[in-house]
Every structure is written in C-alpha cells, then in structure tokens.
Design a protein around this ligand. Structure first.
Ligand code: PEP
Ligand code: MG
Length: 315
C-alpha cells in the first residue's frame, strides 16, 4: 500500500455534501485490528465469535472467551466494537457440541435458535462479554433472530447475567438476516438498540438459494430488488425508533452496493478491510442526493441485472 493510498483510506466515508457513513471492519481476532485500522476502519462492526469454537475439541471456557474479547477491546482503544454472539449451525460444524444432524441445517437450529436451547453456551459467552466490557465499549448482537419472543428471552438472560456480575449495561442489537425480521423491523426496533443487516443470509433466505450452492451461489446476488425492499423496510423500522442501522454482509464491501445502501439511509457499513478503500472512494466521490436517487432507481428496477447496470451511470 503506497503512502498516498494510506492517506486516502484514513479519510472518512463522507460525501461531498457531508453525509457521513461509519465504517467498521469484519474481523475475527485482536491481531487483525491494526491492519483493519490501517485500511481505514473506524472500529469493528462485526466480530464473528464462531472462530473461537472451530477446529478444536472442546468449547472455550469463560476465561478463554473473556481474554479473547478483552484483547479485542483493548486493541481498539475505545473505538466501536460489535461482537456477534455465537452463530453455530448452518454450515458451521462443531462436532464436540453433539448437535443432531439435520436435513436442512440452514433452516434448522442455528444462531440464537441454538443459544436459546443451550443456556450453557449462552451464559458462558454472556458472562465473558460482560466482564470484557469493563475494559472498553462492547455492543452485542444476536444472529438469526426471527421472532420478537426470541429477542425478549435473550434480553432477559443478558439482564440476569449483568446483574449477577454487577456489570454495566451494553447496547444489544440484532442481525437482520431472516426476511421475517426485516418485515417486522418496525416492531423489532422497539426492543433492539441497533440493527445490523446480514445481507449474505438475508439474500439466501429471500431468494431461497443456498449461499454455498455450487451451481446457484452466483445467482445469490444481494443486489436483488426483493432484498433491497427488505433493507428499505429495515431502515424505516430503525428510523421509527431512532436506532442506528448498519450492514455487515458482503453487499457492504461492493462499491455499488455500498452506494445504494448509503442512499437507502443506512448509518454504518462493516466490511472486510481489503474492501474499505474502494468503498470509501465511491462514497466520497458522491453526494447524498445522488446516492438517494441511485437507491430510488435501484428500488424501481425489476431485476438484479438492471440494478448492476446502474453502476455505469455517474452519481
Ligand atoms: C450475513 O449473513 O450477511 C453475515 C454477515 O453473517 P455470516 O456471513 O457470518 O452468516
Ligand atoms: Mg449471517
């Protein structure tokens, strides 16, 4: 990376007329923080905690998790850190948990569906997180939330653990990655402190395409009009309750996708560090009104191809 590139990536993702989008990185370990910041990240918008559980023979205990989360908090020195609760199931196999095999794992006991059935896993993780949050700000978000009742149960458990540890409260948000949650965002917003849209799963479940399918995965393009409508609904739901809404799925790392998302009104994008410079450059070259127009045009398109073709238009 040249010095000029580095100077460019340090600039905020702000349009020429002053609309600012927060930029987070998607990372898994504390030792990735420095590179993310050098690439232009302002914090971490998605820390996937699964990595702590994969490729080993037993689950990490509270102490090990606490040390891992604390290292992340300390590396960020007060910057935003959004940690996602364990998202096991689907394609992530963890043999030592002894989970039954399922015919359709992506439609099965995954994400919070597993956490709510396994209080041992949930409580250990929550205890480690509340302890780590004593060292700096942590926001917690839950994956695969579908029903308000799940969020209420999770919040109650967070509060119980928090009181047990006499810890300070932390913001609790949800991933919007199941179409049901997007459709009900106006109601979820009453019970969540923020939303982070997972466009990888939201696309998989909206289009009914397995995101890893060898023949079909290429068609699981998040710039599908149906997915954009759900994102729009999610932004409206967040606005209604005055909470922030970000996007941490792959669409945030695509310059055209990022431009459309900013035009739809999302407040934050969290992406792989390597994609940050191009996304920032795309947003900085634009204006808010151009982005809003672009998003409006995209919403009126009748196909992914038509939306992709908008990349050629200057805005
Ligand atoms: C998503 O679904 O878009 C997401 C960010 O989560 P993951 O890719 O880990 O399922
Ligand atoms: Mg997901």
């Amino acid at each position: 990376q040249s010095r000029q590139d580095e100077a460019q990536s340090a600039l905020p993702a702000q349009t020429r007329d002053g609309l600012r989008i927060d930029i987070g990185a998607n990372i898994n370990r504390a030792d990735q923080v420095a590179a993310a910041l050098a690439a232009g990240a302002e914090g971490v918008g998605l820390m996937r905690t699964e990595f702590l559980f994969l490729e080993r023979d037993t689950a990490p205990d509270e102490e090990e998790q606490y040390q891992a989360y604390r290292a992340m908090v300390e590396a960020l020195q007060g910057r935003t850190l959004v940690i996602r609760a364990l998202d096991i199931g689907g394609d992530k196999h963890v043999p030592y948990l002894g989970l039954p095999s399922e015919a359709n794992p992506f439609l099965g006991v995954r994400g919070v569906r597993l956490l709510l059935r396994r209080p041992d896993l949930l409580d250990t993780q929550l205890r480690a997180l509340y302890r780590a949050a004593a060292h700096g700000p942590i926001s917690l978000m839950f994956p695969m939330v579908t029903n308000i009742s799940e969020l209420m149960a999770l919040r109650a458990e967070c509060e119980r653990i928090r009181q047990e540890l006499s810890a300070a409260p932390m913001p609790i948000g949800i991933m919007i990655e199941v179409p049901a949650a997007a459709a009900m965002a106006d109601q979820f917003g009453a019970h969540a402190d923020f939303f982070s849209i997972g466009t990888n799963d939201l696309t998989q479940y909206t289009l009914a395409i397995d995101r890893q399918h060898p023949d079909l995965a290429a068609e699981a393009d998040s710039l599908h009009p149906a997915v954009l409508r759900l994102i729009k609904q999610t932004v409206e739901g967040a606005r209604k309750h005055g909470i922030w809404v970000g996007v941490c799925g792959g669409l945030a790392g695509d310059p055209l996708g990022a431009a459309i998302l900013a035009g739809l009104g999302v407040n934050e994008l969290s992406l792989s560090p390597r994609d940050i410079p191009a996304v920032k450059a795309r947003l900085r070259a634009s204006t808010q009104s151009a982005l809003v127009d672009l998003a409006q045009q995209a919403l009126e398109c009748d196909s992914t191809a038509a939306i992709r073709a908008l990349a050629g238009d200057a805005s």
